[in-house]
Design a protein around this ligand. Structure first.
Ligand code: ADP
Ligand code: MG
Length: 364
């Protein structure tokens, strides 16, 4: 069965379904639980945002889906990543290569990591077309020009024979998007694709991605540390912190009604949110390295609302939505309609059933 068929996916089933994904790095010193039991999904034609500060596990999540986790990292038993209903965890490198060429494409923060400086932009797109669509010669050149036009690179016929260094940063990222589209993917994973660009160019790239999505019905997983970008592009949002997804909600709901103190902190640090204030409010401190099992709240040391139990009980995602059942937060302050003791007990009980075994055991 081909990995790119949509036939295996039932109607209304998500394009991507990640369940209890755990990816850990087994270094000499410690086990880093970079992705520590996350679950989320992406529907057809939808943009799902993953947001969090640097070091929260966003890139490792993307690389896990792409089958690009390098030693000493591994996806742990009990993890599941389904693309069009088909399990990816445990696939061979050969199958993954096929998948990366067709079903799922990825765009990285720095376009230069995706472009080879010694080949023309056109030749790199043509190589992708040859590999994935069997196009060669004049037909491939023509298609490469069309793809450059699709990503609004002016004068595509001339620029197709230029080298990456002759392109500006924004144009390079457009060329990388064109290369990704050469594989005709169903899911595009964008890992901070606009972070290196200035705001005007950033806005243009976001607009381009949305146009391409509308035309092709593409699903997008969009990774960023920038809540402002999330507001622009995402339909649903997953907030990540130290390997965990600590709040999930449709984008409007998240901005109107943030529940996790970490999300509140991220929202307060968006420039322009507090006119009249001189300094940007930021959350003090850094994301901790998740090098021990999550038996407590990893945000507690930075949390303005932390209380005693936060150091002793691991919060699980509970429903916090006003109407939407799609809004959850992993914080001991919730459910709000319970007494604090009962809420803490709810988290303790649910966490105990979720984590009967430690999957990193026996690996050290
Ligand atoms: P983000 O993309 O959110 O900034 P990453 O996914 O890159 O964060 O990293 C998450 C965690 O995984 C960090 O603590 C990082 O140090 C760790 N990590 C990532 N890659 C490796 C590696 N190759 N070896 C050891 N630790 C790693
Ligand atoms: Mg990253």
């Amino acid at each position: 069965m081909s990995m790119q068929t949509t036939e295996t996916r039932a109607a209304n089933e998500p394009v991507l379904q990640v369940e209890n994904l755990q990816t850990a790095f087994f270094t000499d010193k410690e086990v880093i639980r970079a992705v520590d039991g996350i679950s989320f999904d992406i529907d057809e034609g939808e943009t799902v945002g993953i947001v969090g500060e640097s070091g929260s596990g966003k890139s490792v999540t993307a690389r896990s889906i792409m089958g690009l986790v390098d030693s000493p990292g591994r996806i742990l038993d009990g993890s599941s990543i389904k693309f069009n209903g088909e399990e990816l965890v445990g696939k061979s490198e050969r199958d993954y290569r096929k998948l990366r060429g067709s079903g799922i494409a990825m765009i990285f923060q720095d376009p230069l990591t995706s472009l080879n400086p010694v080949y023309t932009v056109g030749n790199q797109i043509k190589e992708a077309l040859r590999l994935h669509q069997g196009l060669t010669g004049q037909a491939a050149t023509q298609k490469a020009i069309e793809l450059l036009e699709d990503v609004s690179i002016p004068d595509a016929r001339r620029r197709v024979s230029e080298y990456p260094h002759q392109f500006s940063g924004g144009m390079r990222q457009r060329a990388v998007i064109a290369m990704a589209l050469a594989c005709d993917p169903e899911l595009l994973i964008c890992d901070e694709p606009t972070t290196a660009l200035d705001v005007t160019i950033q806005a243009q790239i976001l607009e381009l991605l949305q146009d391409i999505q509308d035309e092709r019905g593409l699903s997008i997983m969009f990774i960023t540390h920038d809540m402002g970008v999330i507001a622009e592009i995402a339909d649903r949002v997953n907030v990540m912190y130290a390997g965990e997804m600590i709040e999930k909600a449709p984008v409007r709901e998240l901005f109107d009604n943030p529940k996790h103190p970490y999300t509140e902190g991220l929202l307060q640090s968006i420039p322009g949110m507090h006119p009249g204030e001189e300094r940007l409010r930021t959350i003090e401190g850094d994301v901790p390295t998740p090098n021990e099992p999550a038996e407590y709240c990893r945000f507690a040391p930075r949390c303005p609302k932390a209380f005693d139990a936060c150091d002793a009980v691991h919060p699980v995602n509970v429903n916090v939505g006003r109407e939407s059942t799609e809004h959850t937060a992993a914080c001991l302050l919730y459910p709000e309609d319970m007494s604090r003791e009962d809420a803490v007990e709810t988290h303790r009980a649910r966490d105990a059933t979720a984590e009967l075994t430690d999957p990193t055991e026996g690996d050290e």
